[in-house]
Design a protein around this ligand. Sequence first.
Ligand SMILES: *[C@@H]1O[C@H](CO)[C@@H](O)[C@H](O)[C@H]1NC(C)=O
Ligand SMILES: *[C@@H]1O[C@H](CO)[C@@H](O)[C@H](O)[C@H]1NC(C)=O
Ligand SMILES: *[C@@H]1O[C@H](CO)[C@@H](O)[C@H](O)[C@H]1NC(C)=O
Ligand SMILES: *[C@@H]1O[C@H](CO)[C@@H](O)[C@H](O)[C@H]1NC(C)=O
Ligand SMILES: *[C@@H]1O[C@H](CO)[C@@H](O)[C@H](O)[C@H]1NC(C)=O
Ligand SMILES: *[C@@H]1O[C@H](CO)[C@@H](O)[C@H](O)[C@H]1NC(C)=O
Ligand SMILES: *[C@@H]1O[C@H](CO)[C@@H](O)[C@H](O)[C@H]1NC(C)=O
Ligand SMILES: CC(=O)N[C@H]1CO[C@H](CO)[C@@H](O)[C@@H]1O
Length: 898
Amino acid sequence: MRVPHLALGLFAGAPFAVAVPTQSSTLVARDGASVNDCPGYEASNVVNSDAGLTADLTLAGDVCNAYGDDLQDLKLVVEYQTKDRLHVKIYDKDEQVYQIQEELVQRPPHNKTPSSDADLEFKLVEKPFSFTVTRKENGEILFDTSGSQLVFESQYLRVRTSLPKNPNIYGLGEHSDTFRLPNVNYRRTLWNAESPFIPRNSNLYGSHPVYFDHRGSKGTHGVFLLNANGMAVILNVTDSGEQYLEYNTIGGIVDLYFLAGKQPAEVSKQYADTVGYSAMYPYWTFGFHQCKYGYWDVNMVAEVVGNYSTAGIPLEVMWTDIDYMDLRQDFTTDPERFPMNKMRELVSTLHSRGQRYVLILDPGVHLKEGYSTYEKGHEMGVFLKNRDGSDYLGIQWAGTVAWPDWLAPNTSKWWADEIVTAFNADSGIDLDGIWVDMNEASNFCGNVDCNPMNPGGNPPAPKFDPRPNTGRPIPGFPESFQPNKRSLDARQGDKYKGLPNRDLLVARYDPVNHVGDLSSSTIWTNTTNYDGTVQYDTHNLHGHSMSRVTYDAMLARRPGLRPMVLTRSTFAGTGRKATHWFGDNYSAWDDYRISIQQMLAWVPMHQMPMVGSDVCGFNGNADEYMCARWAMMAAFQPFYRNHAEFSSVPQEFYQWKLTTAAAKKAIDTRYKLIDYAYTALYYQTAKGTPMINPVFFLYPEDANTFGIQTQWFYGDALLISPVTTDYSDAVTFYLPKDTFYDYWTGERVQGQGANVTRTGVSYTDIPVHIRGGTIVPQRNKSANTTTELRKQDFVFLIAPDANGKATGRLYLDEGEKLRQDKVTELTITYNNGQISVAGPAKYPGLKGESIRLKSFKVLGQEGLQQGDLGEGSTLDPETGAVTVEGSWSLNEEFETHI
Ligand SMILES: *[C@@H]1O[C@H](CO)[C@@H](O)[C@H](O)[C@H]1NC(C)=O
Ligand SMILES: *[C@@H]1O[C@H](CO)[C@@H](O)[C@H](O)[C@H]1NC(C)=O
Ligand SMILES: *[C@@H]1O[C@H](CO)[C@@H](O)[C@H](O)[C@H]1NC(C)=O
Ligand SMILES: *[C@@H]1O[C@H](CO)[C@@H](O)[C@H](O)[C@H]1NC(C)=O
Ligand SMILES: *[C@@H]1O[C@H](CO)[C@@H](O)[C@H](O)[C@H]1NC(C)=O
Ligand SMILES: *[C@@H]1O[C@H](CO)[C@@H](O)[C@H](O)[C@H]1NC(C)=O
Ligand SMILES: *[C@@H]1O[C@H](CO)[C@@H](O)[C@H](O)[C@H]1NC(C)=O
Ligand SMILES: CC(=O)N[C@H]1CO[C@H](CO)[C@@H](O)[C@@H]1O
């Protein structure tokens, strides 16, 4: 969902022009001092222990006050947390500087590891203070700050590391730039913002301050900076040609986690160990989803569902955007266009056909008399507050809105109550998942001149007094009568709430937010949260916090079932509670390509696996050809939802003949592969192994793969190489030096470590190869829903490597419960004709479901004759595939042969 043209006008204007408040006397910059004049620090009191060290850091000269006040005294803590994770933390001695609340981002549990057992080594230089992190095994220096001074100021932090020349750096989402990041003159701003058209070289909706540094055979490592403040990460070379990466944040502390790898997928796992493992999603989330902003009424929604059926395109999940709400207010339905009785009928019809329903919610709550969501929230003190205790207001879809303070004690309960009531299965909309949008948070009140009580083109301003008397100070009365007593005062003496006396609207260091100043088109950064922290520090955590609370609310609404929460704004670790789509892109080929780059970063590097783009694009008009390609390509991405903007031409897959044909084939294939993908998702959520692999993850020593951003492995077996040129039928893709098989024909294709060009790739075609050495469990036949799909028998596709060996996995469970008591985790191995399937194999199957294996297909057996084969096996002389028919229960272990 994006800002409408009307609201775009609101924030496209002059940037936030606030008078800079008078600075405190300590905040006077030394005449002409630049950050390069900063004195750095000196370490003293270094105490080494078996599992790390501590030291004091003292400013090593005169203050430079380049972008704030230099802090005199810092503390350094170094911990060898595990064999493969090193933690380096530098914070202020007084412990006032903001540190992310533990309840929002849990710190990883760890046992101290003796430094002698650790893969990494920390080395300190006392004066001037600097440090290095080295991979012990090969002496490779991973991080080295000696080239520039540490700067630690009240509103600015700088840490710079030198890097080898032409480094392969990935991650640092959210962005729409190349997968392997540019090295020179490149700035990655992290400041969550409404970002229609996902602009390039800009901050977008989420912040993930983690990068992967891949050095070929020397290994891959990760570096995570646990800091939620606005920042710019610079990749650049100095005038003398030295490569560096530099963090510039406008607050917070230096809180670095070094992840040793050394295989790329091991870094993914180590990152999950650090920020948390992704939530597991219901089986049905792998179905095909349809949405559009502008489904005018409940009949139109039903008609779309009906049209999908008529076209014979399986639709699993129907979504509704803000259209359903009464005056765009959360937890209401438009009485004429989406009356509750019809909505209930819609959802029960969907459910009876095995389909699902998901609705949108926004964080901004309409300020309106008699609107119970607002009134209850106000009573329960859940909204962010102005200094005088009244609710802080802005403008969102509904008009004048208040924003939940996700850190206030009553907010979770209030939000869960609203969800449980409005979406009650017996009297409300019996929804299956929730989509939370606009939660950067997006504020149509673009700047300080905007009057939130006058929302312009939005519904007229309510005549409701947002500042009840209780919100005003009452002179002469005790503390308990005074508004806002909870915030600023409470924070004095409290740890980590943020330094006092900062300019909370303007940071002198400019991280370059594409929307304008820090407070432009969002909640003003000088707003105080319930716990005494300020939005200046917690802005990037708004969507993350909303996701957590919504996850819990969905659990209250559907006890015991895995919540499906889709969020626009995210922070490191949001994957534990919610997933993400790539925002409001454009119906254009470039955005089709960019969705691949984004997926390659989000799944393995941000540990948010269930992601995808708005298929066929959100803004602008899709066409038959591009939409056909996108339907094919996105069938091999984890989250598969067609969604478009209000004014776009309809782009449901049934709208065009070619797109219909492409979608049918794509969904047919995707569905057969759902158990394979579900297995891959399960192992990502349980073990951190990514379900999408960039090509270099599987060929880490092949330098030709490091920059590949138009191909990927779906799971670890299927290499997807879509046509990525506009309106073309040709594709040039890379095949590493390895054994592959064409997924569609089964033919063996020997990869040469070179590009292959294929022409005549029709719009209903997409090159897919199976990597030799893998086994892909599939359903024999697709179905109209995932419920029906589960009735189909399994077939295993075996793709032997050059040594005639292959392995695969299959995870089976009931599909939706949070806790599964009986699951199957099969390991399937193939060795030159012998097949073995090993458990645990406890999942008994639901009524009508098949957990039977009907056949094996072993590819690449050209050398064999029919006579070499056992009974029940047939050789296809054309492709060299041997099919073994039979009937095996996947509820037990077994062995067989071809
Ligand atoms: C990169 O370095 C050059 C040369 O010092 C400088 O002009 C440029 O501004 C830097 N780019 C960024 C994004 O910092
Ligand atoms: C559904 O299909 C009918 C018949 O092709 C078409 O007239 C109608 O516009 C479609 N409705 C929607 C919402 O796509
Ligand atoms: C799918 O097929 C089953 C069995 O024929 C049927 O009961 C169900 O209604 C169908 N669902 C959809 C969405 O077409
Ligand atoms: C929480 O809500 C209750 C009413 O349900 C109210 O009495 C209490 O003051 C609220 N707490 C805060 C911190 O506002
Ligand atoms: C934030 O700054 C604005 C603009 O100066 C001011 O009107 C508002 O009162 C400030 N809010 C707080 C909570 O200080
Ligand atoms: C493969 O082709 C791409 C452009 O299509 C090119 O960038 C890349 O260098 C080529 N790789 C090899 C190994 O030739
Ligand atoms: C597998 O599906 C095909 C159609 O795609 C069907 O002809 C065949 O009978 C099915 N086999 C089994 C074992 O279900
Ligand atoms: C703002 C922005 O960068 N929009 C981009 C969206 O995608 C189109 C088509 O790919 C680009 O041309 C726009 O620049």
